[in-house]
Unconditional design. Structure first.
Length: 249
């Protein structure tokens, strides 16, 4: 169910992507009137949205979008897809996220809240099973791959920026996202069927992996933005790490 409109000015970075587009549609759906998108390509054409086409790793492109949109809330979902080379991840996830953060902590910036789309992969080493893992778990010493390594770097920068000036930040860690507009997962499912590989089972069927519907992931981003700045009694989240059960595979 939709939360009420806040009438903030939203800039969805990566807003022409799969998740980004759902975030844009949910913002419009709850009656937000100031919704802008920053993306390197324009895949949607929409009269209710202002599109700023540019590269996240170029300060002049980012400044242009922030200045013109007068964004107060930034939702940063941009990333190259999983499975590419290291250089593009360094450029977009690390340099790009740094460029964005540098711009939003400027004293002249209108941005007060930033929500970052991280990934569950930031705490996964690939070496051990994870059961009921949550945000108390530390990053693994050796990241899974270049994609996840740069998502860790970006997430750390985002979380460190919380409280700089009057900026509030948080990061959300979805795992596999499915739903209309998906540009990655469905290709894999399709090729498994096309290649007759449905008889294969990986593992002994005791491990669970989560997929989340894209609408729910988008909704989580709206709620995170709405609630950033709300003070909760945090004590229960500061329980010692030993309360997490990590069983070795
Ligand atoms: P997507 O590729 O559909 O969307 C990403 C968007 O970022 C694209 O529109 C792309 O054009 C844009 N982008 C890429 N480089 C850019 C740059 N240099 N400057 C500006 N824009 C740029 O991917 P998605 O599946 O919607 O993923 C969104 C976010 O969710 C990503 O941060 C990804 O790491 C994260 N995530 C996705 C999944 C999943 O299963 N899809 C799982 C966990 C985390």
């Amino acid at each position: 169910s939709n939360s009420p409109a806040t009438h903030e000015s939203y800039l969805v970075v990566g807003g022409c992507g799969f998740l980004g587009r759902h975030i844009v549609e949910q913002l419009l759906g709850r009656g937000e009137t100031q919704v802008s998108v920053f993306d390197i390509v324009q895949r949607h054409f929409d009269n209710n949205v202002t599109f700023y086409i540019g590269d996240l790793s170029k300060p002049e492109d980012v400044d242009n979008a922030l200045n013109k949109s007068k964004a107060t809330v930034v939702i940063h979902t941009a990333s190259p897809a999983h499975g590419l080379g290291r250089a593009i991840y360094e450029k977009v996830n690390v340099d790009g996220t740094r460029t964005l953060l540098d711009a939003v902590v400027e004293s002249s910036s209108t941005v007060r809240k930033l929500v970052y789309t991280s990934t569950g992969g930031v705490i996964y080493s690939g070496k051990e099973d994870m059961v009921n893992a949550d945000e108390r778990l530390d990053y693994p010493a050796v990241p899974l791959d270049a994609y996840n390594e740069t998502k860790v770097a970006a997430e750390k920068m985002v979380l460190r920026s919380n409280g700089e000036g009057d900026l509030l930040t948080c990061a959300i860690r979805p795992v596999g996202i499915f739903g209309p507009g998906d540009r990655q997962m469905i290709n894999g499912f399709y090729s498994v069927i096309k290649n007759g590989q449905t008889k294969w089972q990986i593992g002994d069927n005791t491990n669970l992996g989560d997929f989340t519907y894209v609408g729910n992931v988008a909704h989580a981003h709206l709620l995170a933005a709405d609630k950033l700045g709300t003070t909760y009694p945090y004590s229960s989240l500061r329980d010692p790490i030993s309360s997490i059960d990590i069983s070795l595979g």
